[in-house]
Design a binder for this molecule. Structure first.
Ligand SMILES: Nc1nc2c(ncn2[C@@H]2O[C@H](COP(=O)(O)OP(=O)(O)O)[C@@H](O)[C@H]2O)c(=O)[nH]1
Ligand SMILES: [Mg+2]
Length: 241
């Protein structure tokens, strides 16, 4: 279970469900066979399951966002061995009555996107997530640090348009580091206004601002903050199902 506090909207049966993990969380480099047995053993009604894939540059906040959703620190942090960031990592939890499965794909450096082998790998890792989850993900969370130079980030957008276009209908843009923006007096609105044009077009193609969410991962164990952010995210994912 990820949270021990009383969730305001949880019914009693939800709380009981939360006490019993639906499946073992795992760090994995699953083979096709593993992925199939995983999905058969752990399958729940599709309505109750949310399958998410996180992608983005290194240090954008993928693991932190994954941990925020899980309610505990499970995704590998940068200080662990390098191999932790070179394979897809799967974890899961039960939250708000939903079984949530999350895959973090390995991060990449913007400068590396000039290389064909890196682009191929990024695309491969994102596509492989479907096999690992056993079924199509409901949403792909494109994680971007709000500290990032967004002019550079448009290279990721180029990659999405050229090689991952079929995912655009399922992409949710997650800006991490909301706690950095607030002290600068930047609201969500002013920040979005300042996006480079290419980014604005991308946002429009992703169905506009309804699929953008800001995350403050600086206080992972702040239950109220976690609840607000994760509930918002779940609502957006539900619209994509
Ligand atoms: N202040 C703050 N730091 C964050 C936030 N999200 C991530 N970080 C930090 O950014 C660094 C990279 O985060 P991580 O989740 O490991 O990035 P990843 O490489 O994309 O998995 C870590 O030091 C995190 O603590 C956030 O919302 N606010
Ligand atoms: Mg990570």
């Amino acid at each position: 279970m990820s949270f021990s506090y009383d969730h305001p909207v949880l019914r009693k049966e939800d709380i009981l469900k939360e006490k019993k993990p639906a499946f073992q969380t795992q760090r994995t480099n699953l083979t096709q066979k593993d992925a199939v047995s995983h999905s058969v053993a752990d399958r729940k009604e599709d309505n109750d399951e949310l399958r998410l894939v996180l992608f983005g540059t290194k240090q954008s906040g993928k693991s932190s966002t994954g941990d925020m959703i899980l309610g505990e620190a499970k995704f590998p942090s940068q200080c662990l061995t390098k191999s932790n960031t070179s394979i897809n990592v799967l974890h899961g939890t039960i939250r708000c009555g939903k079984t949530i499965k999350i895959i973090e794909t390995p991060g990449f450096r913007i400068s590396e996107l000039a290389r064909e082998d890196v682009k191929v790998n990024v695309v491969k890792n994102i596509n492989t997530a479907t096999q690992q989850l056993g079924e199509e993900p409901h949403a792909y969370l494109y994680i971007i640090s709000s500290k990032t130079n967004l002019d550079q980030e448009t290279r990721v957008i180029d990659l999405i348009y050229r090689r991952l276009r079929k995912l655009i209908d399922k992409i949710i843009i997650v800006f991490t580091g909301f706690d950095f923006l607030q002290p600068k007096g930047l609201s969500r609105f002013t920040y979005l206004e300042s996006l480079p044009d290419k980014f604005k077009t991308f946002v429009a193609d992703c169905n506009g601002e309804s699929r953008i969410i800001f995350f403050d991962n600086s206080r992972l164990f702040n239950e109220a903050l976690a609840h607000t952010q994760v509930s918002k995210l779940i609502k957006i994912v539900e619209t994509l199902k």
